[in-house]
Write a protein that binds this ligand. Sequence first.
Ligand code: ATP
Length: 470
Amino acid sequence: MIDMAKAGATTTTATPDLCTLSQDTILHIGFDDTDSTCGKCTTHLAFKITGYLLKNPDTKFLDYPLLVRLNPNIPMKTRGNGAVCLRVMARNHERIIQDIRQLIEKESAIGMGANPGVAFLNGGLVPEALKEFGRFAMFDILSKQKAEKIAKENCVRHFTFGNGQGLVGSLAAIGSLEDGDHTFEAIAYRKCKNYGTTRQINATRVIQYDKRTFPNTFSNYDQNHRRVLIAPHGPDPVFCGIRGESPEVVVSSLEWLQPEEILEGYMVFRSNQGTNMHLQNELKLSAIRVYMAGYVRGKVITKPQTIQGGHVIFGIKDSGGVTGSAAVYEPTGLTKIASQMEIGDVIEIGCGVRKATCNRSPILNVEYISILKIVQIWDLTNPPCKYCTKKMKSEGKNKGFQCDRCRYKDGNAKKIPVLRDRDVLTGLYVPTPKSHRHLTKPLHRYGMEKKSLGFNPRSKLIARWFFTSS
Ligand code: ATP
């Protein structure tokens, strides 16, 4: 249950006009890698840190907390490779920096697999180098050393724990989502005593708001598999998350859900979820590295083969003439269309590069297929009888054909080419909702991409973007 009246009363944050702001009161706070498979959750820690910042009347949020999903293929991720950035205007930076450093140290799963990093950038403008670092973190694999160098060159204060790999995500989060496509998610958190218990979510209410708000909310319910998609299943603090195109629609949908469980609260994030941001760069097969993400354009060069488990494998040659293998996994729901492709079809695939195994070179794991051009296939078939039109039978190699209805025989007849009905349409094919990754762009979002500035300190956050019961 969420006490919305209280939410409105306690959390309105009217953002001051930028003209009245001094740029050096702006602080960008990035953090990552606070959780592990043993527990905790980086977005939940973001919720707590936001609660701490909002208690200070001198602190104003200049943007919604950012939930930035980074390259989903990297091996060191816990789940969805999410990092967080908070952009605030505040007076006492030093106190905030020390308090947040302590909160991260205290509330992270350090020693149980978490390797937190937290970074603080002072000033209104995010340097190009950080933006570029953020862009690369979407599709490539970056080292902690590189992150340290960028932090040093750009005067980013930072603290790390464990092996400190979290610094990569912290910097990337600060450098991300200033502009371009984005979505929102209202994430509701459970009270600690309820962790590990079954989440009671009313599927009928989910279906209702899904229908009412479409296309402005998404990934709520999978009609084909009759599955609610908004709630995780593990023992983590997240009760549910509702994704959509505006902060208003995700909060009103959460209100509509009327969860019976008493919740700790909720918070609206601005995010790159549902944007395909990891698939924006073209991969050249001559230059791919393991764990990279992107898209490849080329031609199908081997007939797709279905292997054990129902997965489909095929060969592809890119525009540089370099060949590679691509795999379409059965749960994506893309195997039917993949198996209908023919040698010569021109396609684009969104994909991640999977590590090579001892007997296979790197494989491209397919995330979407766009069929750009379909080749014509001519099949050779027996000629028709010129008297009764029935298809004739072969008399043997180079011995001609005979009609077995009227007995007409033609010693010179040859097989004739017939154009195959391909039964395949050009266009985009995306995975079934239940196998969507956080970053997967749902089909209906194509054409809905936002181009406006994501980070605009002049606009106001909605009143009910944050609520805590404590
Ligand atoms: P959750 O989604 O549950 O918050 P997670 O999947 O985000 O967890 P983390 O525990 O945050 O996983 O671990 C991801 C680690 O990978 C972090 O240390 C982060 O800095 C690092 N990382 C993220 N993107 C890249 C990248 N492109 N190259 C190298 N390291 C990266």
